[in-house]
Design a protein around this ligand. Structure first.
Ligand code: MG
Length: 451
């Protein structure tokens, strides 16, 4: 049985195994205790069938601590962030396991500004939960619950406000969208309709039985690629179940991938405004090249959305995100948002008059290879120490140990770190060609204890 993952990103576990109603109610009470009596919390959930059970348990814990609960229904993670801010709630909760398979669910906690908890807040929450140090309310002042059905409308309006909708609509793009039967389908269909697109919508129903493994990676999107070709569409988009990540497919039905979502979003943003950007250490060098050409700075942060989001806000960046297809435009929400990604990419196509394949071939080209391995009992520390010893003294080497270890070499970089959400070690490398990136990964994997 897998263990319950309690991290800065929230809680994830397998339904009926490690993530039970008892666990969820105690986390609701811990969050309610941390926020304090009299606060209000919005709760959204993705489309998993286990969602209502976990939502009710979290809400029970919150209300027992005299916190009011606003149920948003099935909405995306960025939608929940937006409503946390618009309703001036004390915090937000999203019931989602993001791209994890159907057996999983999770609880993600948002601050009043809509960003995920920072490390010290996540540690405080975990401490309250572990110690059972809950401040349950007097019986007369328990929290109340209400519903708010306006997330999709407000979210779509916010996204429309950052692009030239008229210019996009004039192109009448034909778009194939795979919403994986997740939470993003309804709002995204509404957005594309308002952008004048002709939509072929795959897996549009938010009933949570995922038609394929829900992570929007190449091996899971063969049907989307096929449908883009068959419908002669201009572009294909794939969302993950909570609609914060976005992958692209070009007009020839080729999977372009998630790294390009961030790069094209950056290019689209810098076409209209100049300002700094923020991303994590595991993200492609493409954004550095695009920013350098525009004369703006890129801030690099440890992996973890809250790290990127908080730096982005603190430095006054106009755009940012992660190489997993999560783009952030702080005018909409300070979290990753696939609807923002779609709007920016379509805006770029409309403005340049190019097809997606032409946009991609005009960008600096790198090959990025991402792998993972089981972390074992000792975690990534042994491998990281071995990697530092191994590469030390190599010509031109630079180390960044703010998150695991990133090793920059003249020919490329390799980054090794423990996952925040799963018991695995992630190893990523990037170079001008795939063979060099794969060789860097092989060299690093060969240093693992036991090898
Ligand atoms: Mg997600």
């Amino acid at each position: 049985m897998s263990r319950l993952m309690v991290s800065v990103s929230g809680v994830r576990g397998e339904i009926g195994q490690t993530l039970t109603p008892e666990v969820a109610a105690r986390f609701g009470a811990a969050f309610g205790t941390m926020l304090g009596a009299g606060q209000r919390v919005v709760i959204g959930r993705d489309s998993r069938p286990s969602g209502p059970a976990i939502r009710n348990a979290v809400a029970a814990g919150l209300m027992a601590c005299a916190v009011d609960v606003v149920d948003l229904g099935i909405v995306s993670t960025p939608g929940t962030s937006l409503m946390t801010r618009q309703l001036e709630a004390g915090g937000g909760v999203v019931i989602t396991a993001s791209h994890n398979p159907i057996a999983w669910n999770g609880i993600k906690f948002l601050r009043a500004d809509g960003i995920g908890l920072f490390a010290e807040q996540a540690a405080e929450l975990k401490e309250i939960w572990q110690a059972g140090r809950f401040r349950y309310a007097e019986p007369t002042v328990c929290g109340r619950e209400s519903r708010n059905p306006y997330t999709h409308t407000r979210h779509v309006d916010a996204v429309l406000s950052i692009v030239d909708a008229t210019a996009i609509a004039a192109r009448r793009f034909k778009v194939v969208l795979d919403s994986v039967n997740g939470a993003g389908g309804e709002a995204t269909a509404s957005l594309l309709s308002k952008l004048g697109c002709e939509l072929v919508h795959l897996n549009a129903r938010p009933m949570g039985l995922f038609p394929h493994t829900p992570e929007p990676t190449a091996e899971n999107l063969t049907d989307l690629c096929e449908q883009v070709r068959r419908h002669r569409a201009a572009i294909g988009f794939a969302q993950d179940p909570d609609a914060d990540r976005l992958a692209l497919v070009d007009e020839q039905g080729r999977y372009i991938g998630e790294e390009y979502t961030l790069a094209i979003g950056a290019a689209a943003t810098l076409e209209r405004r100049k300002g700094a950007m923020a991303t994590n250490l595991s993200t492609s060098r493409m954004i550095d090249d695009i920013a350098a050409a525009a004369g703006v700075r890129v801030f690099r942060t440890p992996v973890g959305e809250a790290n990127v989001a908080s730096r982005l806000v603190a430095e006054g960046c106009i755009f940012g995100g992660e190489g997993n297809g999560g783009v952030i435009d702080p005018r909409v929400v300070p979290v990753r948002d696939s609807l923002v990604g779609i709007a920016l990419v379509l805006g770029h196509l409309a403005r340049t008059g190019k097809m997606l394949s032409q946009v991609v071939s005009g960008l600096p080209h790198y090959e990025i290879v991402k792998t993972k391995m089981p972390s074992g009992a000792e975690g990534p520390a042994g491998l990281i120490a071995a990697a530092r010893r191994h590469f030390e003294g190599r010509e031109g080497v630079r180390f960044d140990d703010s998150d695991g270890l990133r090793i920059d070499l003249p020919a490329g970089w390799v980054h090794v770190r423990g996952s925040n959400t799963e018991p695995i070690i992630r190893i990523m490398a990037e170079a001008a060609d795939r063979a060099t990136a794969e060789a860097l990964i092989a060299e690093l994997r060969g240093l693992a204890p036991g090898n």
